[in-house]
Design a binder for this molecule. Structure first.
Ligand SMILES: Cc1cc2nc3c(=O)[nH]c(=O)nc-3n(C[C@H](O)[C@H](O)[C@H](O)COP(=O)(O)O)c2cc1C
Length: 241
């Protein structure tokens, strides 16, 4: 089969920017709110007490590797705070926009961060949503869901032994309403920036991480209560020691 017939090629082709079609729009979508929160949820304030001294940045880059063997390590709230800051911490304000540690196409920030905590003595195991505006975790479910996470990640055993798992979803409308179908390209770039920040931060903190793209999409959405249309899970990273 020729590559031209694949959905992937068609997508790239149809979302190319070209001078002859500049300004043409194939879809019109209402924008979505740039912030998500669970107002009823119990919340845990995240705090960066102090920025820790770490190894030289270039050594961290050289050392980063995907690790999948973790011991039962109780992750601290300080570590979680620094990892969440690396993912989506607000670092500046530009009018209406809250600029963050990771770049985002059009500063539209289509990515939401969920955190599954398996092992921690400082924060109850459970599923949390990161509320970016207040830099807090909103508790969605309590309990150790390691076994379920492992099943939803196609049996990848390290989901159960990880101290925590970052789960990133995309609110497609935030970006597609500005960029049309091409916006999907940007959404995946956005999430990769966020994930890489977390992978490097984990290394800097003496933790280990693994990015994960293989999981059961529909089942993961259902588990988190996401509809899979407006918001859908797209990427993850396990963190452990
Ligand atoms: C988009 C993406 C998806 C990935 N998905 C998985 C995965 O589902 N399971 C896994 O064990 N590793 C996954 N990885 C990690 C790769 O296997 C790993 O990055 C690669 O083997 C290179 O090794 P390194 O990260 O240690 O440099 C993924 C990496 C990327 C970038």
């Amino acid at each position: 089969m020729g590559l031209e017939r694949t959905l992937s090629y068609q997508f790239i082709k149809k979302t190319n920017l070209s001078l002859s079609r500049l300004g043409e729009r194939e879809i019109y979508l209402e924008p979505a709110s740039p912030y998500k929160s669970y107002p009823q949820a119990e919340r845990i304030e995240l705090k960066i007490k102090e920025i820790p001294e770490t190894e030289n940045f270039f050594n961290i880059l050289a050392k980063r590797r995907s690790h999948r063997k973790y011991r039962k390590y109780s992750i601290t709230l300080d570590e979680i705070s620094l990892l969440c800051f690396s993912a989506q911490g607000v670092t500046a304000k530009a009018g209406y926009y809250l600029l963050r540690t990771a770049p985002s196409a059009g500063a539209l920030y289509p990515i939401e961060t969920y955190l599954a905590v398996n092992y921690s003595e400082e924060i109850k195991p459970g599923i949390y949503h990161l509320e970016v505006k207040t830099f807090s975790l909103e508790k969605l479910m309590e309990g150790n869901f390691g076994r379920i996470l492992r099943e939803l990640a196609l049996g990848q055993a390290f989901f159960e032994t990880a101290s925590c798992v970052f789960i990133w979803s995309a609110i497609l409308r935030r970006t597609l309403s500005k960029y049309g179908e091409r916006g999907l390209r940007y959404i995946f770039m956005d999430v990769a920036h966020i994930c890489q920040n977390v992978l490097l931060a984990a290394e800097a903190l003496g933790l280990k991480a693994c990015p994960v793209g293989a999981f059961l999409d529909e089942e993961f959405n259902e588990f988190l209560g996401l509809d899979g249309v407006e918001e859908t899970v797209i990427y993850m990273a396990t963190i452990g020691k």
